[in-house]
Design a protein around this ligand. Structure first.
Ligand code: XMP
Length: 513
């Protein structure tokens, strides 16, 4: 192991990824492992500390996930969070019971009082809000443990045996609602586990390049470049590692935003790689002619993408490795390597079935999105690519409602560009997670100059979200919306009306189709 490691042992909590991200944000590497991971495997990882996540169960449920008692014999500090805290207590001789109604059962933001002589709370305020969600209660704490935090309803919100390095908190330090939660995690890492902060993207880059070179040798590598952040960063990493042995096939389906295809191509000009841009816009438009049903559009685009990629790959001949831009959240969501549930994530659906290759390389497999962006910067990719907002595979086709035509796409591209331009000028880019224009199929009557118009309506859409499963519409200031509206109707022909979408998800989705 080239860097220190924290093991996040997953007991089925909903925040396991968040815990791992918080640890990495502190400059310490960590991996999420299922609670069933054999102790020997964990020992072999040589962790400097372990974090037990929360979980939906009560430790006394017959089906509740249990911690192997040997984990406490490894001589490695443990931080138990919520269910993880109760497991700690349960395993080390304490007693956990179901809390009586309205007594020690706590959900939500809770005022908490901390004893800052505990390493976990060192240097932090003595009172603060913490985010609780537990129905069980530690009636008796294990021998050797002391109480280090309490709330009005619960005397043992945090417990620790500082000598052995065992810490348990009933609240969730990883969520933003807990004040100074990240500092508590940082304290665990640096004050308790002796972390050095040796996880940096600069080091990761060097190691990854060395490992890729060792693996690939003189082999040929193929990568399908979509222009999104993940495939672009994977491409840059491979380009840096193996140069000319890499062929990037960039399928330009003609459904990208304004200038985007050229931007992607320009970003890779500095590497001496085989870069193939398949300009397939016309092919896609022909396939989409007359099609109005959203799902059918998506299907056609997905299939056509594979067709074009396959044709290009055939020209290259036999390749040894195919690169995929899988990132860590995909890996975690796939079931953490428990073989039965794992499913492979293909950024470009189904590609491996169509291309002849020996092995898949997934160089971003252990990275979170923020880390992927940071790695992209380390590799010298331009900021416009690295901080790009999410963009759907079917591109503008699902934002051009009804039939997709070249003319409609042109209008949409211009309107979308103006919207993004004004958001950037207002300095609001980082206050929203996804924002774009949609060209509706609706026409309405307007008046421009002296004449009547009968033209399209453009809808502006912007959402604020952390996971895209739910999303809130963004409260963009009226004066910014006004500037966007005035510019679009003045600069984009055949658009005479602008609307702003004020629906959240659910009930709406982020995209229109
Ligand atoms: P919805 O519309 O489902 O979008 O609320 C949620 C997020 O997913 C993106 N999205 C897609 N991404 N291929 C993709 O790669 C797709 O077919 C696709 N459809 C939606 C959408 O842009 C948003 O970020």
């Amino acid at each position: 192991m080239e860097h220190q490691n924290i093991v996040v042992l997953d007991f089925g909590g909903q925040y396991n990824q968040l815990i791992a991200r918080r640890v990495r944000e502190c400059g310490v590497y960590c991996e999420v492992k299922p609670y069933t991971t054999p102790v020997d495997e964990i020992r072999a990882m040589n962790p400097i500390g372990m974090i037990f996540t929360g979980g939906p169960n009560s430790v006394y449920d017959p089906a509740a996930p249990q911690a192997d008692p040997e984990l406490f014999q490894l001589g490695v500090p443990v931080l138990g969070i919520c269910y993880g805290c109760q497991l700690l207590a349960h395993n080390l001789g304490g007693r956990v019971i179901a809390a009586a109604e309205d007594t020690a059962r706590e959900y939500g933001k809770t005022e908490t009082f901390f004893d800052t002589s505990c390493k976990l709370f060192k240097g932090l305020p003595e009172t603060g809000v913490s985010w609780m969600s537990h129905g069980d209660y530690m009636e008796k704490v294990p021998e050797g443990f002391r109480l280090y935090a309490h709330s009005a309803a619960c005397p043992n919100v945090a417990i620790a045996d500082e000598e052995r390095g065992f810490y348990g908190v009933q609240f969730h330090p990883e969520v933003n609602h807990t004040e100074h939660g990240s500092d508590m995690i940082r304290n665990f890492l640096y004050q308790v586990c002796g972390a050095k902060g040796d996880w940096t993207m600069g080091d990761y880059k060097k190691n990854a390049i060395r490992q890729i070179r060792e693996k690939v040798g003189g082999g040929k590598v193929l990568l399908a470049l979509s222009g999104g952040v993940d495939s672009s960063v994977a491409a840059a990493l491979l380009a840096e590692a193996v140069g000319k042995q890499l062929t990037c096939v960039f399928v330009d389906h003609g459904l990208m935003r304004l200038n985007e295809g050229d931007e992607v191509e320009a970003a890779f000009a500095k590497w001496d790689i085989q870069f193939i841009r398949a300009n397939a816009g016309e092919r896609f438009l022909n396939q989409l002619a007359g099609v109005t049903e959203p799902e059918q559009k998506r299907k056609i685009i997905g299939e056509e993408f594979i067709r074009v990629f396959e044709a290009e790959a055939k020209k290259i001949g036999q390749v040894d490795y195919l690169v995929q831009g899988t990132i860590y959240p995909d890996v975690i969501e796939s079931g953490l390597g428990s073989a039965a549930v794992i499913k492979s994530h293909h950024n470009v659906g189904g590609l491996p079935d169509y291309v002849d290759f020996k092995e898949i390389i997934e160089p971003l497999r252990m990275l979170f999105k923020d880390e992927v962006r940071q790695l992209g910067r380390e590799l010298g990719l331009p900021e416009y690519l690295v901080s790009r907002q999410p963009f759907p595979g079917p591109g503008l086709a699902i934002r051009c409602l009804g039939e997709v035509t070249g003319d409609k796409l042109d209008l949409l591209r211009q309107a979308d560009f103006i919207f993004r331009d004004e958001i950037a000028k207002a300095g609001l880019e980082h206050t929203m997670d996804q924002y774009f224009a949609v060209l509706t199929n609706m026409r309405s009557v307007g008046v421009q100059g002296d004449g009547r118009t009968y033209d399209y309506t453009v809808v502006l859409r912007s959402v604020t979200t952390s996971d895209f499963m739910t999303a809130d519409w963004t409260r963009i200031p009226y004066d910014v919306l006004d500037r966007v509206s005035v510019r679009i109707v003045n600069e984009v022909p055949h658009v005479n009306r602008i609307a702003y979408d004020i629906t959240s998800k659910p009930p709406a989705t982020v995209e229109f189709e």
